[in-house]
Structure formats: C-alpha cells, structure tokens
Design a protein around this ligand. Structure first.
Ligand code: DGL
Length: 271
C-alpha cells in the first residue's frame, strides 16, 4: 500500500479525460493535475520546445509527494517519453504504448487508423510502436490540428456544424482506407467520441488513449503493491493560466464538477 499521489499533466484540459478514467479505475487515489493552459496547444510545436515545456511541467509536479506520473498528453508522450522517464525519480506512464496494444488487439482487418496532433504524428512514435508489436499491421496516421482548439472552446457536441464539418473533412481518408480501429491519439479527442464515431460509423472501434494509460498506471501500481486504500481519493488542480477559464470547461472533460480549488501557478519559474 502506498498513500502518495499520482501526478498527471497535459497541455491544457484534455488530460482531464485521463483523470476521469484514473478516478473510475482507482477511486482511492489522490491525484495532482497540472494543465499548462497558458501554453496550450502543444501539438504544433517543435520537439525542443516540447521537451522544455515537459521538463518544466515535471519539475512542478516533482514538488509533490508522488509515486507515479501519467503523461496525459499524446504530444509529450510521443516526443519526450524516454527523456522524462530517464530523468524521473518515479515511474512515468505515457499514452502511446497502452493505446497501441489495445488497438493491435482490437483490429480484425489489420487496418488501423491514428489521429493526433501534428507533433504526435510527425514523431512517428505510434507507427514505431505498432511496428514493434505487429509489422503486418497497416497504419494510417493523420494530423487533425483544428480538433484541440475547437475542443478547448467547447465546440465538441454532435450537431455543432463547425466540428461536424471539420471532422468529416479530416476523417474522409481514413474512411476510404477502410480502417476498423481508430486510435484517438490525443487526450482531447474523447470529447469528440460521438462526432468521430458518427463519421466513422458503428463498425469502427475507437481507442481512448487516456483510458488505456489509466489502465496501464493501475497495472503498474498494482504490480508494485503500491495502490492506496483510503475510502475516497481527492484531486487537486493546477493551471498556468487563469483558474476561472479552467473551471469553466473542466466538468465537460471530467464528467463531474471539477470540485476542489483550482490554483494558478507560474510555470515559467520552473525553468
Ligand atoms: N492533449 C494533448 C495531446 O494529447 C495536447 C494537445 C495540444 O496541446 O495540442 O496531444
């Protein structure tokens, strides 16, 4: 048993979809969440900038008494996982491998799609992970750079003409490719599950990277006998931009009221 907290970070609100899954799977755990809302989106930035931001995010989290970190950001997981693992005193779970394992197990046709940010797709990390697991899989990867800003604006519901139009246009090549499994390679995308599912059709399995990472973190802690056993855990939220903006949308991502205080931190001092 280990009562210490799990640290989670993302560029903004998207990582809260992973927090939702962590809470579902491990309701006894205390979670510290950092959303870098001052610098979102990460998805179009260079690897050097991403590494600098990710190190600052990790340095902020390392001020807490943690037993594990979940990188609830596809972009950082795809570009910086190795460095962050090497530099961290506690185990670090990224979203790429757990999602790839799920997708490889789910596909029947061997045709798998991946949608993510430009920096995630550009890193090639998902394709490499697929190739390691099963070189015979056909993987079609597509960047969808407009999805994150639209989700951060709350434009994610079916019937919203903007998101529906963007989704139809982005996803057309994947429909044509005939994929039967689609990795939602960014933690913002579960908010678009209905919209994406509507475009792709009911026969395409959607893989939620945050949910898979939450499962991998649970397995890791269970294997080390490091789960908490208190009746109910808590979540503390930190954000690098105004707390009210975070609060306004947090419940949409969490599926519950954000609850508890949201505190603004000066992430630039963790340089
Ligand atoms: N939610 C993040 C991801 O999973 C980042 C998106 C962004 O900031 O561009 O990639």
């Amino acid at each position: 048993m280990n009562p210490r907290s799990i640290g989670v970070f993302d560029s903004g609100l998207g990582g809260l979809t992973a927090v939702r899954q962590l809470r579902r799977l491990m309701p006894s755990e205390n979670i510290i969440y950092f959303g870098d809302t001052a610098r979102v989106p990460y998805g179009n930035r260079s690897r050097e900038t991403l590494l600098q931001y990710a190190r600052q995010d990790m340095r902020f989290l390392s001020g807490f008494d943690l037993k594990a970190v979940v990188i609830a950001c596809g972009t950082i997981s795809a570009n910086c996982l190795e460095e962050l693992r090497r530099e961290s005193a506690v185990p670090v779970t990224g979203v790429v491998e757990p999602a790839v394992e799920r997708a490889a197990a789910a596909t029947r046709s061997g045709k798998v799609g991946l949608i993510a940010t430009r920096a995630s797709v550009g890193s090639g990390a998902y394709e490499r992970a697929f190739r390691r697991l099963d070189p015979a899989l056909e993987v079609r990867a597509l960047a969808c750079p407009l999805f994150v800003p639209l989700v951060e604006e709350g434009r994610c519901r079916p019937g919203d003409v903007v998101i529906e139009t963007v989704a139809r246009e982005y996803l057309a090549p994947l429909r044509e490719a005939g994929v039967d499994t689609l990795v939602l390679g960014c933690t913002h995308y579960p908010l678009l599950q209905e919209v994406i599912g509507g475009v792709m059709g009911p026969d395409v399995a959607l893989v939620d990277v945050g949910a898979e990472a939450a499962g991998a973190c649970r397995d890791l802690l269970a294997a080390e006998d490091a789960l908490a056993d208190r009746p109910a855990g808590s979540v503390r939220f930190y954000t690098s931009d105004r707390a009210v903006n975070f609060q306004r949308l947090a419940s949409l991502f969490l599926g519950e009221e954000a609850g508890g205080a949201v505190e603004q931190v000066d992430i630039f001092q963790y340089g």
